[in-house]
Design a protein around this ligand. Structure first.
Ligand code: NAP
Length: 285
């Protein structure tokens, strides 16, 4: 009997819970308070699944698998409480965007997932748009996980070089999150003169920082990411756009701030990042 907990009853955590609950009865979705949330597929708006959420302060049951699916600024509060729900062999999956946070979780079996789950939480309601995928480093623990979840909707994809996947997603997030958050506009901002050039400059600097860390991308990666952006519908917001509009803390520590620190470490010239990162930080004051 595998015990599983998911901390963070939001778009990502709620989707993971929805995908695993039919197979795993000993699964707890953990939030700030006890409540129920509803989950809907955007393609089937009339079908609702109700999921129970247990308050984090009431959850004191060590589990075998722990997903952490809160936003980066919310991570500290969860780490402080984590001794209540882990044992020595618990496998912890950090299901977040960005990187650089893993070292904050002092545990043996902790893995950064690259999250390809798209959804949105509004009040107590989650709408899932697309994808059910977590990408993880191939290892004996993650193979065990993949095997365990093989009959569920959650797709665990294992790769030999997780850094490549983490940095690719980081680059995709870097430019579009920056321009949508700073302009407080959805993807339509890409139509404003100069914004695509700004995105390209940020991506060029991101690729240079990745290279300094030993992560090498093929030469077309920037045009590939720009093509991804061009496929975004005008009305599409990014998570950083929604966070800034709603006055919530931004995940810059794991994206722009992380890259800024790595660039300093390698003494790289990153003038575009050096401009946008303080502007984003200033939004947090
Ligand atoms: P979200 O919808 O805001 O969900 C986070 C949940 O965690 C919220 O329900 C929040 O509660 C809860 N929470 C915060 N602090 C907590 C605490 N101390 N204890 C228990 N629960 C707590 O965020 P998300 O969209 O799922 O994003 C999670 C991560 O996945 C982020 O790093 C995000 O960038 C990444 N991601 C998201 C998507 C997407 O499409 N949504 C796609 C890829 C990656 P409150 O609402 O009360 O704050």
């Amino acid at each position: 009997m595998t015990k599983i907990a998911i901390i963070g009853p939001g778009a990502v955590g709620g989707t993971i819970a929805h995908d695993l609950l039919p197979t795993f009865t000993h699964l707890t979705l953990v939030g700030r308070q006890s409540q129920t949330i509803t989950y809907t597929e955007s393609t089937a708006p009339n079908t609702e699944t109700i999921i129970n959420v247990t308050a984090i302060d009431e959850f004191k049951d060590p589990v075998d698998i722990l997903f952490i699916a809160v936003k980066i600024p919310q991570l500290d509060a969860v780490i402080q409480k984590s001794p209540n729900f882990i044992h020595e062999d618990t496998i912890i999956i950090l299901a977040q965007n960005g990187t650089g946070q893993l070292s904050r979780i002092p545990h043996k079996h902790v893995f950064q997932a690259v999250v390809y789950i798209s959804g949105q939480k509004r009040q107590q309601h989650i709408t899932h748009f697309r994808d059910h995928q977590l990408i993880l480093q191939n290892s004996p623990s993650t193979q065990q996980l993949q095997q365990l979840f093989s009959n569920t909707q959650l797709d665990i994809t294992l790769v030999e070089d997780i850094d490549q996947s983490i940095w690719y997603k980081l680059l995709v997030n870097l430019a579009i999150n920056t321009v949508t958050a700073l302009s407080r506009q959805t993807a339509q901002v890409l139509k404003v003169e100069g914004i695509q050039t700004l995105c390209e400059r940020l991506l060029q600097e991101g690729v240079k920082i990745a290279q300094a860390e030993g992560v090498i991308f093929h030469q077309d990666v920037i045009s590939e990411i720009m093509t991804i952006y061009q496929g975004y519908p005008d009305h599409m917001g990014t998570s950083m756009y929604y966070d800034i509009i709603e006055g919530k803390p931004l995940e810059i520590a794991g994206i722009q701030g992380f890259l800024y620190q790595v660039a300093r470490k390698h003494q790289l010239a990153t003038p575009t990042l050096d401009t946008v990162y303080p502007l984003l930080s200033a939004q947090q004051q």
